[in-house]
Structures are given as structure tokens and as C-alpha cells.
Design a protein around this ligand. Structure first.
Ligand SMILES: Nc1ncnc2c1ncn2[C@@H]1O[C@H](COP(=O)(O)OP(=O)(O)OP(=O)(O)O)[C@@H](O)[C@H]1O
Ligand SMILES: [Mg+2]
Length: 257
């Protein structure tokens, strides 16, 4: 496990365990994430990735261990963190634009000041034409894109994303990945990102964590030392594909684990 200097440590997960009744979802997970580091988590379906992310987000209680953000124990949701849940949770009575602006209201910031930014994000996600629509008028992938915009609106220092691109078509998915990489490059933040796409993880991350079957433990950790900024052409390169092969082997092993 990589050692991170105390001064640059943002997120600390230490010996965390999670039981849902008799079901042990997470056995013993420890993970440190440094300031502005982009860390992805890969692992078999049902191994406990969402559970881990939701505990970090402060919406699910842990059974044992410690989770802290900037040295403060996580005791509940924090408005200064951007979260994209696996199932987009939008407020059904609010328009797309009002859903994106919701964190601004929670933070009691000026709505007027952020409306332009909200429209920019919606344009980036190619759903600005639907700003006045209600969530039920959108497809699943469109809802997912709204929840990504909402997570980014207040430019949070920490971003937690649970398979944010899973409902998107292949082309949009790649485009959103490149956009996320660009946003991260321009305006550094600490990101914890769950995905099932090995290529997406390798493209976006500084470090990829591979989890084993439930109860989750970390079985492998790979530093992705590819130059930044990264563009889509990188995905054709041999160094990139050698990381992909290495991660694939680790995941195959994790299934057997
Ligand atoms: N609220 C809950 N109550 C009881 N069991 C739960 C609950 N949430 C998750 N689990 C169980 O915990 C385990 C881990 O679930 P989790 O959603 O964290 O997996 P995951 O790694 O995110 O899977 P996927 O890749 O399919 O999203 C599963 O066995 C699941 O059945
Ligand atoms: Mg999940």
C-alpha cells in the first residue's frame, strides 16, 4: 500500500468493515487518497464498491474502522463534496436546471451567480435543451448526466462517483470521460471513481484499486504513470494497453479470489 505524506492526505479509510445484518459486505479495507489524486476502484459486481463509496459520502454507516476527510471523521453527508450515486437521485418535482442548482441552495450561495455555470455544464453533457424538463421526461442516461452536472456545480474539492457513465452509449461515455479528465486537469480535485471499465479507469486515474469478491478487500493497486494531459489517442498507445492488460489480469485474479 502506498504511503502518503500526512500533509497531502485528504481521505483516509482505515480498517473499515461493513455488515448488513449477517452479510459481510466489506471485511477490512484501508485506503489513503492524496490531495488532487484521481483514484479508481474496479471489482466484481456485488463486492462492496458502492457500499464503500456511500460510507465515504456519509450516507451509510460503517460497522467498524475509521473514515476521515481532511482529518475530520465522516459523520454524515457534507455539502462541500460532490457525489454521483450509482442510481441517479434527482428531485422529481424540480426541473433539470433546478436539480443541478440544488447544492448551491444547500450551500446558501447565490443562485443567479451559478445559473450560467449550470447551463455550461448541461451543454458540456449535451442536455442543455432539456434544462426546463422534469426528470421523468428524461432517459436513464440523461438523468445520469444531470446528476454528474449537479456533482460538479459547486466545484467541490472532493468528488465521489459511482459508475457515473454506466448508462451512456459508448461514444458519449468516452466523451464524458475526456470531459471529466479535462475538468480535473483544469481545476484539480480529489476523485474516488467506481467503474467496471478497465480502459476508463486506466485513462482517468493516477491509481487504480482492484477489489476482490465480497467481503471486499483490496487485492491489487496499480499506479498509472502515463503523462498528462491525456487525450483519447492515448488509448491506442502501447503503454496504455500494457496497463489495461495488467489490470485485466488483476481483475481475473480478483474474481477467483
Ligand atoms: N442496503 C443493503 N442492505 C443489505 N445488503 C446490501 C445493501 N446494500 C448492499 N448490500 C449487499 O452488499 C453487497 C455489496 O453491495 P454493493 O452495492 O456495495 O456492491 P457493488 O460492488 O457496488 O456492486 P455493483 O458493481 O453491482 O454495483 C452485496 O452483496 C449487496 O447485496
Ligand atoms: Mg455498485
Amino acid at each position: 500500500m502506498e504511503r502518503i505524506e500526512a500533509a497531502s492526505l485528504v481521505l483516509r479509510v482505515k480498517s473499515v468493515r461493513k455488515l448488513y445484518g449477517a452479510l459481510e459486505a466489506i471485511r477490512n479495507v484501508s485506503l489513503d487518497v492524496a490531495t488532487n489524486e484521481f483514484v479508481s476502484i474496479l471489482g466484481p459486481s456485488g463486492c462492496g464498491k458502492s457500499t464503500l463509496l456511500m460510507m465515504v459520502a456519509g450516507v451509510v454507516d460503517k460497522s467498524a474502522g475509521e473514515i476521515s476527510i481532511n482529518d475530520a471523521p465522516v459523520t454524515g453527508p457534507r455539502p462541500d463534496i460532490g457525489v454521483v450515486f450509482q442510481q441517479p437521485v434527482l428531485l422529481p418535482w424540480r426541473t433539470v436546471l433546478d436539480n443541478v442548482l440544488f447544492p448551491i441552495e444547500l450551500l446558501k450561495a447565490s443562485r443567479a451567480k451559478y445559473t450560467e455555470r449550470a447551463m455550461e455544464l448541461l451543454a458540456m453533457a449535451k442536455i442543455h435543451d432539456f434544462a426546463d424538463h422534469l426528470p421523468r421526461q428524461l432517459s436513464g442516461g440523461m438523468r445520469q448526466r444531470v446528476s454528474i452536472c449537479r456533482a460538479l456545480i459547486h466545484d467541490p474539492g472532493i468528488l465521489l462517483m459511482d459508475e457515473p457513465f454506466s448508462a451512456l452509449d459508448a461514444i458519449t461515455r468516452d466523451e464524458m470521460g475526456v470531459e471529466l479528465s479535462r475538468i480535473w486537469q483544469a481545476n484539480r480535485k480529489t476523485v474516488l471513481f467506481v467503474t467496471h471499465s478497465i480502459r476508463e479507469a486506466a485513462f482517468l486515474s493516477d491509481r487504480v484499486i482492484v477489489m476482490g469478491r465480497r467481503p471486499a478487500t483490496i487485492v491489487e493497486e496499480v499506479k498509472i504513470e502515463l503523462p498528462r494531459p491525456r487525450d483519447i489517442a492515448l488509448m491506442e498507445s502501447e503503454p496504455f494497453n500494457s496497463y489495461v492488460r495488467r489490470l485485466r489480469k488483476a481483475i481475473e485474479a480478483s474474481h477467483a479470489h
